[in-house]
Design a protein around this ligand. Structure first.
Ligand SMILES: Cc1cc2nc3c(=O)[nH]c(=O)nc-3n(C[C@H](O)[C@H](O)[C@H](O)COP(=O)(O)OP(=O)(O)OC[C@H]3O[C@@H](n4cnc5c(N)ncnc54)[C@H](O)[C@@H]3O)c2cc1C
Length: 317
């Protein structure tokens, strides 16, 4: 049985897929503050500036050009072009060397859901972006979307890694299959971002209770930390962050063999504390106009955000 916050979460995740609600909210006299807390800018120049600021505080970044569920080829090509411009601007700002800034891609924004050749189109777009990232001296991580795309995304990852071995993947601890996927992806040079998972998933494929998801996260962490790959611990959960540190210590991992990751705007003081103590802290930095789906998932994660959000709908900013 779901409690009240579980019901709210499911409702918000349902809304995150609604085109009508998206139009309504995006046009609402929404305070910029609520969007800006999680999405610091619309343009390439905005996000490059924020990445440079993060760099000054010892934090690296992974940048996401917002957009998902693309249904037109032109839109997918525009997303590819946005990433190419972004990588060129990051290079010009000196942010691509030494992994200071990398990029995160959603294959659905690059055409994965287009009828017919969607996966092939997304792969070709991702390949062009990986090439631009490699030329600039940095790399790419493939975000993971809902479970219907997991196999296609892992297949695209395998293809991309033949030419670009540093391409990273995301695995979601709420999926029952993920512990096995961690084993498969736990090899030399493999970069795996482990997160809890942000989509609404059925019981047949995903753990539903918070404790079950947390336990799965720890099992997956143990596999990744014990293996020869490069784990990326993507969570704001203080308990899981602590367990990750303890497991890294137990495995004698040097700080440059794994990293912590958090979302822009969430627990920024903790982000700085982790960076200041000498661990690697990468911030997931989204930018662009298509913030609706991303913002709704952040609302679903925390009821307090929803109150902040609803208040902003009635208070013009
Ligand atoms: C770098 C990064 C990349 C990600 N990539 C993906 C991806 O590709 N696919 C995917 O499905 N999911 C992705 N996620 C989202 C992830 O799956 C979770 O939904 C999200 O991180 C919340 O889970 P949590 O581990 O922080 O734990 P939770 O139990 O949700 O939160 C723990 C604590 O963190 C704080 N917190 C968490 N979320 C919020 C919030 N929205 N606002 C304010 N405080 C909050 C609160 O203090 C909360 O008590 C990513 C997350 C990160 C950090």
């Amino acid at each position: 049985m779901l409690d009240a916050s579980g019901v709210l979460r499911q409702g918000l995740l349902q809304l995150s897929k609604s085109g009508r609600m998206r139009d309504l909210i995006e046009r609402a006299p929404l305070s910029r503050d609520v969007v800006r807390r999680f999405v610091p800018g619309d343009s390439t120049a905005d996000v490059v500036r924020v990445a440079a600021d993060l760099d000054l505080t010892g934090r690296t970044s992974t940048i996401d050009h917002l957009g998902e569920d693309t249904v037109h080829l032109g839109q997918a090509q525009a997303t590819r072009d946005a990433y190419l411009s972004l990588l060129s601007a990051l290079g010009a700002a000196g942010l691509t060397q030494g992994g200071k800034a990398e990029v995160s891609l959603k294959l659905s924004a690059l055409g994965q859901a287009l009828p017919g050749d969607g996966s092939k189109i997304a792969l070709e777009h991702a390949r062009e972006i990986c090439q631009a990232a490699a030329d600039a001296g940095t790399t790419v991580t493939l975000d993971m979307e809902d479970h219907t795309t997991t196999d296609a995304t892992l297949e695209t990852l395998r293809e991309l890694r033949q030419d670009f071995p540093s391409v990273g993947a995301v695995l979601q601890a709420y999926l029952i299959r993920t512990e096995a996927d961690c084993r498969d992806l736990s090899y030399e040079g493999s970069r795996v971002r482990l997160c809890k998972g942000a989509y609404q998933e059925p019981e047949s494929v995903a753990f539903q209770g918070k404790d079950d998801v947390d336990r799965s996260f720890v099992r997956c962490l143990k596999v990744l930390m014990a293996g020869p790959g490069y784990p990326m611990v993507a969570s704001h959960d203080p308990r899981l962050v602590e367990i990750a540190g303890a497991l890294a210590h137990k495995q004698d991992r040097a700080p440059n063999t794994y990293e912590y990751q958090m979302l822009y705007g969430i627990r920024p003081e903790e982000q700085k504390r982790i960076a200041d103590r000498g661990d690697q802290m990468r911030v997931y930095l989204p930018y662009g106009h298509e913030w609706y789906g991303y913002l709704m998932r952040r609302m679903a994660e925390r009821p307090a955000n929803t109150i902040f959000f609803l208040r902003s709908l009635v208070t013009k900013g």
